[in-house]
Design a protein. Structure first.
Length: 445
């Protein structure tokens, strides 16, 4: 357990964000490795995997329920020096992870095809997406156990074990991807199905290793069979904090689905370009996300210890660090976006769409980073509803105009990217107003 209520706030934020960031880099390599080999299969395969991969946002929405609720409650319990409460929350979170994993397996196999038929450009894209998801859905189900264990550690201020496990799992994925996708050494390529299977095997490996770590090495929070019976009051606390945060990613799933739907008439190459560009954008966002993911634990422990000044300082420090990082990355995308794209595809139309997307969407980087910090503060103080409200207003201001514009004569795909820039800036301003209001209301000790 690491005490975050003493010492330099910027140092705590950076020290926690570095291993979190490395872990996220490792996690992103899952997708980039798959993207590299799938891109070689052509734009239809890339479009199918990209459209199917959008379901990841739906699963992230559910995992965030556990992630945010667990981190907030455990970090606050640590701040109060209440080890028994922290351990109860961990075991109940793990129980919830098992339930949600089963629901994901069942729902994934039942509803994957109807979802793909709604947003995919053509039948070939639907077929590629289905083939990928059949083998990838177990990976999505296993994410709940990984998130529950990782969130418990992060709530106590420990992040390195999760990072190491993620590094090992991505190594497994990197070894399996060329074997299963391209048939290296076997002569039997599975194509997009191999990409899904490689990710699922790697996720299973990560769950087993992290389980072993908790069983043998972790002492502050640990598996306790006597705490595995459902505790409805704990579930209510986890869900009340986590549901709004999960709702944020659910709305992101809808947001991405709206984009795929509005551009489907441009064909599979356009959808592949957007899918590739959005994956690269997610990778570029890693520094901001790493800092934002460090904020809830630092805020939570200091809020639990009733240290108002340190809570405010955490917000200011994280906002400044993120703005500086994302400003530099946005300039790189504006000047030369193709440098990120050519390793994954040689299709000229795909590169054109993805380049235009990255060049314009780079103006969203700083506003998005500040939105992430605001969301982290809301998670740390245990009230994530403002973040959900902020994301909801962004979806409404984007989706309705986007659908309308896409039905007009002469509609160009760039109009969607311009609309995204305007709505993200609006969301940033709204989030900053909400976080200031929340801190003024709560930091009265």
């Amino acid at each position: 357990m690491q005490d975050l209520t003493q010492g330099s706030i910027p140092k705590h934020v950076i020290n926690m964000s570095i291993p979190i960031g490395l872990g996220m880099v490792v996690q992103t390599l899952y997708y980039l490795v798959d993207l590299y080999f799938v891109g070689a299969l052509g734009d239809v395969a890339l479009a199918g995997v990209s459209a199917a991969g959008n379901l990841t946002f739906l699963v992230i929405a559910l995992t965030q329920i556990l992630n945010v609720g667990t981190v907030a409650l455990i970090s606050q319990a640590v701040g109060k020096k209440d080890k028994a409460d922290a351990n109860l929350v961990f075991n109940q979170s793990l129980l919830l992870s098992m339930l949600l994993g089963v629901i994901t397996l069942i729902g994934g196999y039942l509803f994957a095809e109807p979802y793909l038929r709604t947003i995919a450009a053509d039948e070939a894209t639907v077929s590629a997406g289905k083939e990928y998801l059949f083998w990838f859905i177990p990976n999505l189900a296993l994410q709940f156990a990984l998130v529950a264990m990782g969130a418990a550690l992060r709530g106590t201020g420990i992040v390195k074990p999760t990072m190491i496990v993620q590094m090992l799992s991505v190594l497994v994925n990197m070894i399996l991807a060329p074997v299963l996708i391209a048939g290296w050494g076997t002569g039997k390529p599975m194509g997009v199905a191999g990409a899904g299977l490689a990710s699922s095997i790697a996720a299973l490996f990560a769950v087993v290793v992290l389980w072993f770590y908790f069983h043998k090495l972790e002492k502050y929070v640990y598996f306790d069979a006597s705490k595995f019976l459902p505790q409805w009051q704990v579930w209510k606390k986890v869900l009340s904090i986590g549901l709004p945060a999960g709702g944020e990613f659910l709305l992101m799933f809808v947001y991405m689905g709206v984009i795929y739907w509005t551009i489907r008439d441009f064909g599979s190459a356009a959808q592949a370009g957007f899918g590739l560009g959005s994956r690269i954008m997610q990778s570029i966002f890693l520094p901001a996300l790493a800092i934002a993911f460090a904020v809830p634990a630092v805020v939570g422990q200091n809020y639990g210890a009733q240290l108002a000044d340190r809570v405010r300082e955490t917000f200011k420090s994280a906002a400044i660090i993120i703005a500086m990082l994302m400003g530099g990355l946005s300039l790189l995308c504006i000047i030369n976006p193709s440098i990120f794209l050519t390793p994954f595809t040689k299709e000229p139309e795909v590169i054109l769409v993805a380049s235009d997307f990255l060049r314009l969407i780079a103006f969203n980087f700083i506003p998005s980073g500040l939105i992430f910090v605001c969301s982290g503060v809301f998670q740390g103080v245990g009230n994530t509803w403002p973040a959900l409200i902020s994301t909801g207003t962004r979806l409404l201001t984007f989706a309705i105009p986007a659908i309308w514009v896409s039905r007009q004569v002469g509609f160009e795909i760039e109009e969607i990217w311009y609309l995204s820039i305007v709505t993200v800036i609006f969301q940033m301003v709204f989030s900053l107003v909400l976080v200031r209001r929340e801190l003024n209301r709560r930091l009265v000790f």
